[in-house]
Design a protein around this ligand. Structure first.
Ligand code: A3P
Length: 303
């Protein structure tokens, strides 16, 4: 049994979250077989909440002594961020684990809720960085993705009205959704697990330098005063900026990455609050209510 979700793909419900077709199998394989190392860095997001940006930022911070952000040979100038930081569920779907031996630590990404992460991640010292985003902007980003990317890739894909799509999103029926449930889980977790750093897309947009410092400190590689004086933080922010990354001609994305999608599909506007151009006031109010009801008294706000 399946239900069609926000962008009309068939989704299966498992323990309160929705998974795309065969991705559930891959998630289960990841859950059972992944062996974490203490040095691993695991990035967790909901789809369309800024995963691509987070991957580029963390990669650039971690590898900054190997490649300065102004280096003409920086991997982010030739490879989409999904090529350098693969999704665990795709690795397990394709059965191909990338070779990380030349450049530890391993930076890996996933969209799964915490309770679905493998035990080895939970019991190891590896660091987890969670990024959330306002669900109204997630919906709009997803809606555009559905309308502009899927029809070209899957000619048999059936478009649906924005109203129908929105109704499904409000019920949490979207890939790896409901995104607010996922955010709340990691939000609560950050108190008992110091390995979890909780970030917001909106904070990255408001002051990227501050958030880059938080990321570097969390990963145990804070920027030195000398690096700060040299403008290393600003250089990383520029390298990973929407303007910069969206205009790069990249090679095909790498193993364990999203196959055959061209770079441009990961970048649309990269703004906060674009939902006002798409959602009616009553739609926005409805989604706010759904989310607020869930987050009630948690201290987390997502709008
Ligand atoms: P919009 O559709 O609102 O523009 P994900 O990477 O999780 O799929 O999220 C995609 C969203 O992040 C898109 O949002 C995309 O434009 C935005 N994005 C990607 N790279 C970005 C960057 N470097 N800075 C800001 N936003 C970025």
């Amino acid at each position: 049994p399946f239900q069609r979700g926000t962008i009309n793909l068939p989704l299966h419900l498992y323990k309160g979250f929705w998974y795309f077709d065969h991705s559930l199998e891959a998630v289960m394989a990841f859950h059972r077989h992944f062996q974490a190392q203490d040095s691993d860095i695991i990035l967790v997001t909901a789809p369309k909440s800024g995963t691509t940006w987070l991957k580029s930022l963390v990669y650039a911070v971690v590898h900054r002594s190997q490649y300065t952000a102004t280096d003409q040979n920086h991997p982010l100038l030739t490879t989409n961020p999904h090529g350098v930081v693969p999704f665990l569920e795709l690795i397990y779907r394709n059965n191909k684990f990338p070779d990380f031996t030349s450049s530890p630590p391993r930076i890996l990404a996933t969209h799964v809720p915490y309770f679905m992460l493998p035990e080895s991640i939970k019991t190891s010292k590896c660091q987890i960085i969670y990024l959330c985003r306002n669900p109204k902007d997630i919906f709009v980003s997803m809606w555009h993705f559905g309308n502009n990317v899927l029809p070209k890739r899957y000619p048999s894909w059936q478009p649906i009205s924005i109203e129908e799509s929105f109704e499904r999103f409000c019920k949490g029926i979207e890939m790896f959704g409901p995104c607010w449930e996922q955010a709340l889980e990691y939000w609560k977790l950050r108190i008992e697990k110091p390995e979890v750093l909780f970030l917001k897309f909106e904070d990255l947009k408001a002051d990227i330098n501050v958030q880059l410092k938080r990321i570097a400190e969390h990963l145990g590689c804070p920027f030195s005063p000398e690096e700060e004086n040299r403008g290393v933080i600003e250089d990383i922010a520029h390298l990973c900026s929407f303007q910069h990354l969206s205009n790069i001609e990249v090679n095909k994305t790498g193993e364990g990455s999203i196959p055959q999608l061209e770079n441009s599909v990961f970048f649309r506007k990269g703004e906060v609050g674009d939902w006002v151009n798409i959602l009616t006031p009553s739609m926005a109010e409805k989604l706010d209510q759904v989310v607020e009801q869930k987050l009630h008294n948690s201290g987390l706000t997502l709008n």
